[in-house]
Design a protein around this ligand. Structure first.
Ligand SMILES: *Cc1c(COP(=O)(O)O)cnc(C)c1O
Length: 378
């Protein structure tokens, strides 16, 4: 069996976890949590990093930090993993679904600009929807598959319309726009270390920011908002969302290997692009020249995506379709979906992700390519 994308635990994971077990520092306080945060701040170039239980909780806490309230709108791309939309729903806010571009599969900024100029108004430093007067409290771009939209343009639109930006950078560790790491454009950026991400702690997340006050409050909120060293005095309703030391230990070991992982991901993507170029109707994700993509999960487009999935399944090769667009899910079907021609649906129907674990061998990639070529009789 060739899996889609599994963790690669080839470094100091065992040693650092054993250290936690030997010393008893397994829980929410410990040196590995701090080290992991320092590594993430250093790697992304953000001033501060705050570890969380997972990426979803990180997205939720960030919205709380900027004051997203019940009834507000939060703009997200219509194509994303469900966690983005769920995190908005946890705030009792409504995700306002923006259609994506057919070539990059990121939020369509022409559409975003058209939306902001025609459907909203600003007043006293906030942005509101004309149709119902509800506030647009946050713009939450997702760097889908580690690719990145034109961040200069996005940030200038957000500034013009007074909309704070929180980046869902969960898939983009190791991705840059004009040399600047994702997650450092908005007020805060969120990362994930879920099992299939580029590095994994089993489950885990991180908030990065350049704002000291936001970083302090993020740590405060994720650790039950306790304000006294001994007495159990809490000054607001917090969360038990801190990453535990034993998982951070895995994270520290994974971060040590991240440069190697990125090199291997690039190698995998180049291998597939070379081998699949011109095969059947296959096309690849467009990446703008300003973007350095982490090549986290290799995905292509073909009208035959589901037949290819079946063909690979028969050969014990795991491939996966793209996420169903948020507007097609029952929970969000009545949300405001801003689009001109529902590009999301065709991206969804055509995209297929194929095996690209960091530990994949050339033989395994050749086997994947052979099944695809056999299907197309290429
Ligand atoms: C993985 C992912 C998340 C959530 O991360 P978890 O750590 O699994 O909670 C959020 N958004 C997107 C786009 C993701 O791919």
């Amino acid at each position: 069996m060739i899996p889609l994308s599994v963790p690669h635990l080839a470094g100091n994971e065992w040693k650092y976890v054993k250290d936690c077990l030997d010393t008893g520092w397994i829980s929410s306080v410990g040196s590995y949590v701090n080290r992991f945060e320092e590594q993430m701040a250093a790697f992304t170039g953000a001033k501060y990093a705050v570890a969380c239980m997972n990426g979803t909780t990180a997205l939720q806490v960030c919205q709380r930090l900027i004051g997203v309230e019940a009834g507000d709108y939060v703009i997200i791309p219509n194509i994303t993993f469900i966690a983005t939309a769920n995190a908005v729903a946890y705030m009792n806010a409504e995700s306002l679904l923006m259609d994506v571009k057919a070539d990059t599969w990121q939020m369509d900024l022409d559409l975003l600009e058209r939306f902001l100029r025609t459907e909203t108004f600003t007043k006293d430093g906030h942005c509101y929807a004309k149709k119902d007067g509800k506030r647009i409290a946050c713009l939450m771009p997702v760097h889908v598959l580690g690719n990145v939209a034109d961040m200069d343009r996005m940030m200038s639109l957000a500034d013009e319309f007074f909309i704070p930006v929180i980046e869902d950078s969960t898939e983009s560790l190791g991705s840059y726009y004009k040399g600047k790491h994702t997650g450092t454009f908005g007020l805060m950026g969120c990362f994930s270390y879920n099992g299939n991400k580029i590095i994994s702690t089993g489950g885990g997340g991180m908030i990065v920011t350049n704002d000291e006050a936001l970083a302090k409050r993020a740590k405060h909120l994720t650790t039950q908002a306790k304000i006294h060293p001994e007495e159990y005095i809490h000054d607001e309703i917090g969360y038990n969302y801190r990453l535990v030391n034993i998982l951070a230990a895995v994270g520290v070991a994974q971060m040590e290997q991240l440069p190697e992982f990125l090199t291997k991901k690039k190698y995998i993507a180049d291998y597939y692009r070379n081998a699949l170029q011109g095969v059947g109707d296959i096309t690849f994700q467009h990446v703008d020249s300003d973007v350095k993509v982490n090549e986290w999960l290799f995905t292509f487009k073909s009208k035959h995506s589901r037949q290819l999935l079946e063909a690979m399944k028969k050969a014990d090769i795991i491939s996966r379709p793209f996420w169903m667009p948020m507007n097609q899910l029952s929970m969000f079907k009545n949300n405001w979906y801003y689009n001109l021609e529902d590009v999301s649906n065709s991206v969804y129907k055509d995209c297929l992700s194929i095996p690209c674990s960091t530990g994949i061998t050339d033989e395994e990639m050749a086997a994947v390519v052979n099944v695809i070529k056999a299907y197309f009789k290429a």
